[in-house]
Design a protein around this ligand. Structure first.
Ligand code: FES
Ligand SMILES: [Fe+2]
Length: 433
């Protein structure tokens, strides 16, 4: 290791991690380089840019990109940086670039495909000194898994499918719930910003220890005080946490979903019972057949995370995590609607997205308060280790070889950190990621 280099093997141990990983600027800069420049990162869903010319502005780590569909319906991920003197060519978050993108500084204009199509006074370049085709917006590698789009700044041979590994099964599970076999993410977005490190969200989403404690009041409001949450999260509970490798993980509620008729957490209870529910089930049966439809409904929406910046939470919420600085993070919540489902059901999925996670929601605001308190407490500099030891000695492997723990253990967080240590310890940009 070079002198002065950060020893990630020392900071990330099997059973504890050092506080510095959440507050050190140099570590944040390393992460942007060694993680966000070297792995597939989530950038959006095909349905967000369904029409030619539609675009959304996103980021690969700190780098601004545009996800855009060109006039021939091809998708592109382009660095949002004018090739003349550097300037964002688009400042909107989303829209339709009918005439392409025009840089405000000197007016260079790019098609939605990124191609440079015009500039004022081209005569400024001597003949042979400049070829337009060499100066299109820079294209970033983009791959789709069933509509979910991931970008890679420095492709190293690892395909998106390699990266997603076992999470493809969970993506399939989410999509299978749609009678038309497709998810649609065009119902808007909720946003949170918080003053704490981005990894706190990644850990929290796979932390099934805190829900019955931190979210107790939310659970009481949502399901009544008599519901026995220990039957899910406690020592006899049926929820499990699973480390899916490569920093990905899952909280597996499928046993509870099956026990409660498949509608647990799915946004299909109560208000939308009855006709809409029946129509939904019939729609699903038409595509999958009775047996598979029942099984799909039984499994319901999965709860999982794809390293480094994607989460999927029931009922049908896609999260995109955007690190902004070592102690500032933005989270985007997109309701994922079920194509072909009755309107009442999709309306309920949108409603529950806000009800649970909106600015006045029952759940996410509590998590966010906790992240900021975590970050505040990191200023206390005695014994700076954060424990990850719960269940370390008792975790098992499932039939697929993945580590599994009880809801109140820390198997999934250890999975994130194990992968993190591997990526961060490799300063060379090796091909392994
Ligand atoms: S910087 Fe964009 S046209 Fe000059
Ligand atoms: Fe939470």
């Amino acid at each position: 290791m070079a002198a002065g280099a950060i020893d990630y093997g020392e900071l990330v141990r099997e059973d504890q991690v050092h506080a510095r990983l959440y507050y050190d600027d140099a570590i944040f800069r390393d992460e942007m380089e060694r993680i966000f420049s070297r792995v597939w990162a989530y950038v959006g869903h095909e349905s967000e840019v369904a029409e030619p010319g539609e675009f959304v502005a996103r980021w690969m780590g700190l780098q601004p990109v545009l996800l855009v569909r060109d006039r021939n319906r091809r998708l592109h991920l382009l660095l949002n940086r004018c090739r003349h003197r550097s300037n964002t060519v688009c400042q909107l978050e989303r829209g339709k670039a009918a005439g392409g993108f025009r840089c405000a500084y000197h007016g260079w204009t790019y098609a939605a495909s990124g191609e440079l199509i015009g500039m004022p006074y081209p005569v400024g370049y001597a003949p042979g000194d400049f070829r337009k085709e060499d100066y299109g917006l820079i294209e970033v590698a983009l791959e789709s898994y069933r509509g979910f789009l991931f970008g890679h700044l420095n492709p190293n041979g690892k395909t998106l499918r390699d990266h997603l590994g076992a999470t493809t099964r969970l993506i399939d599970q989410a999509i299978d719930l749609a009678p038309n076999g497709e998810l649609i993410l065009r119902a808007g977005v909720l946003k949170h910003m918080y003053r704490a490190n981005w990894k706190m969200t990644m850990e929290n989403v796979l932390d099934a220890y805190h829900p019955p404690i931190l979210h107790q009041s939310a659970f009481h409001l949502d399901s009544g005080k008599s519901f026995n949450w220990d039957s899910i999260y406690g020592p006899d509970g049926n929820a499990r946490i699973r480390d899916l490798g490569d920093g990905h993980g899952q909280i597996d509620f499928s046993a509870q979903n099956r026990k409660s008729g498949g509608f647990f957490f799915q946004g299909l209870r109560g208000e939308v019972a009855g006709d809409a529910q029946r129509a939904y089930i019939e729609g699903l049966e038409r595509r999958l057949g009775k047996e598979r439809a029942a099984e799909t409904i039984g499994n319901s929406d999965p709860h999982f995370s794809i390293f480094p910046n994607f989460n999927f939470l029931p009922p049908g919420q896609v999260r995109l995590i955007r690190p902004v600085s070592v102690d500032e993070t933005h989270i985007y919540y997109f309701p994922a609607l079920l194509a072909g489902a009755p309107e009442e059901i999709n309306r309920e999925r949108i409603r529950r997205n806000g009800y649970m996670h909106g600015p006045a929601g029952l759940v996410a605001p509590d998590d966010i308060d906790v992240y900021e308190r975590n970050q505040d407490a990191l200023r206390a500099r005695k014994d700076e280790w954060l424990l990850l030891r719960r269940g370390l000695r008792t975790e098992r492997r499932d039939e697929d070889g993945f580590r599994v723990g009880m809801a109140y253990e820390e198997t999934t967080q250890r999975g994130i950190w194990r992968h993190y240590r591997k990526l961060m310890s490799d300063a060379t940009g090796g091909a392994a990621q």
